[in-house]
Write a protein of this length. Structure first.
Ligand SMILES: [Zn+2]
Length: 377
C-alpha cells in the first residue's frame, strides 16, 4: 500500500474544482481523488484555494545590501511565496556570500546578477564602466548555474550617470555566452526608453513596466510607444516590479484599455517598502490587479506558470505530477481594502489575497493568517 509524505485533501483550484494532491520526496506524486494513506494529511475542506507556489520575479533579499535589503523568508514563505528572485542587489564580488546566505532560507532563492560587480551598494552602480568586470561575472555564472538564473542591468539616469546606453550594450554582449534572461530596470531618462527598448530581444524582461514617470511606456498623447509595441511583438517580457516608485494605477488602467498585460506580476520588495508600503507583500501587489479587473487566472498565472517559463525554472509553476511540490494555499477574502500605488493614487478592492501557507519541496510553512484560520503544521 502506498504511503505518501503528505496529502492535501479537498483543495480548491482557481477554476473552482476540488482535488486531492499527494506529495512524495518533494514532488507532486498524484492529483485527483486520492484514497492512499499519508504520514500527514491537511484537509482544506474545499474552503481554501491552492495554486502552484507563487514566484516573485523581482525582489531584493541580500541581507547585507546597504540600501535594498531583506530576508528571503520574510518576503518568501512567510508571505505565501515559495520562490524569490533577487534582481541585481548583488554583483560578482558578493556572489559567494549571497549564495551561502540564500542556502539557509526555506524559500527558493535565485539571483539575477548585476552586471556591475559592486551590485547595489550605491544607487549609481553603473556610473563607472570599470565596475563591469566580465571575467569575474562569467566566473560567478559558471560557479552557480542553478542559483544565478539571469542578468540585471539598471538603465536610469541616477544609475548610469554619464554612460547613457553603454551599460545595456555591454549587458547584451555579456548575455550572449550564457543566453540567460536579461532584466532591464527602466526609470528616469536619459537613457530614453525608446533607445533601451530597441536593443532588447525575445525573452528580455522590462521591469517597472507600468511606472508613471515621464519615460513611461506611453507617449505624451498617452499612446503606446512604437518602440514598446515592437518590443512586445519581438517577445520582450513585461514585468511589474512595483517597488517604492514604479507602479501607477493610471498607467496600468490605460494599458488594460489597450489590451496590454504584464507577463509577470512582481513586487520589487525590500524591507523598507515591505514595512512602510506601498508594497507590503506580493499578495498585496496581486490584490491591486483585482482592482484593475484582472481575472483570478491571469493574476495567478503571472506569479506561477508565466514566471517559471520566463525565468526558465524547470519543474516549477504548475500543479502537475512530477513537478516540485511548491504550493501556495490562500484565500480570497471578501473585505474592503484601500490600496495605494507608488504615486499615492488610491483604489479600492472588495477582496484581497490572503496567503495561508506554502509548501516548499514538500515542507509545510503556515503563515500568521493561516494559523488564525486554523491551519497548523
Ligand atoms: Zn528592484
Amino acid at each position: 500500500m502506498i504511503m505518501y509524505d503528505l496529502i492535501l485533501k479537498n483543495a480548491k483550484l482557481i477554476d473552482g474544482s476540488i482535488v486531492d494532491i499527494a506529495i512524495e520526496a518533494g514532488k507532486i506524486a498524484e492529483l485527483g481523488q486520492i484514497d492512499a494513506a499519508a504520514q500527514k494529511t491537511i484537509d482544506l475542506k474545499g474552503l481554501h484555494y491552492v495554486s502552484a507556489g507563487w514566484i516573485d520575479s523581482h525582489t531584493h533579499c541580500f541581507a547585507r545590501s546597504p540600501i535594498y535589503h531583506d530576508e528571503p523568508d520574510l518576503i518568501g514563505v512567510h508571505a505565501g511565496v515559495t520562490a524569490v528572485v533577487d534582481a541585481g542587489s548583488v554583483g560578482a564580488l558578493d556572489a559567494d556570500e549571497f549564495y551561502h546566505l540564500a542556502q539557509q532560507s526555506k524559500t527558493n532563492v535565485y539571483s539575477f546578477l548585476n552586471i556591475s560587480k559592486i551590485g547595489l551598494i550605491r544607487q549609481s552602480e553603473l556610473s563607472d564602466m570599470n565596475d563591469i568586470d566580465v571575467p569575474l561575472f562569467d566566473q560567478a555564472l559558471a560557479k552557480y548555474p542553478d542559483f544565478i538564473i539571469g542578468i540585471k542591468v539598471r538603465m536610469s539616469r541616477s544609475v548610469v550617470g554619464e554612460n547613457g546606453i553603454k551599460p545595456l550594450v555591454q549587458a547584451k554582449e555579456m548575455q550572449k555566452k550564457s543566453g540567460l534572461p536579461l532584466m532591464i530596470h527602466v526609470g528616469n531618462n536619459p537613457p530614453e526608453l525608446d533607445e533601451v527598448a530597441d536593443l532588447l530581444t525575445k525573452g528580455d524582461i522590462i521591469t517597472h513596466c507600468f511606472n508613471g514617470k515621464p519615460n513611461k511606456i506611453f507617449d505624451k498623447e498617452n499612446n503606446l510607444r512604437d518602440s514598446i509595441k515592437r518590443a512586445i511583438e519581438r517577445g520582450v517580457i513585461l514585468d511589474i516590479g512595483h517597488g517604492g516608485e514604479s507602479f501607477s494605477f493610471a498607467v496600468a488602467e490605460r494599458a488594460k484599455c489597450l489590451d496590454i498585460y504584464p507577463n509577470t506580476i512582481s513586487s520589487d520588495i525590500y524591507s523598507k517598502n515591505r514595512l512602510q508600503g506601498p508594497v507590503f507583500s506580493l499578495a498585496n501587489v496581486m490584490t491591486k490587479f483585482i482592482c484593475l479587473g484582472y481575472s483570478l487566472k491571469r493574476i495567478i498565472d503571472s506569479v506561477t506558470c508565466n514566471a517559471a517559463e520566463i525565468l526558465h525554472l524547470k519543474n516549477k509553476g504548475e500543479l502537475a505530477v512530477g513537478y516540485d511540490a511548491d504550493i501556495t494555499i490562500f484565500d480570497l477574502k471578501q473585505e474592503k481594502i484601500a490600496l495605494s500605488d507608488a504615486e499615492g493614487e488610491v483604489r479600492e478592492s472588495n477582496e484581497r489575497f490572503v496567503p495561508l501557507a506554502c509548501i516548499v519541496s514538500g515542507q509545510t510553512e503556515i503563515t500568521e493568517e493561516g494559523r488564525k484560520n486554523g491551519l497548523n503544521d
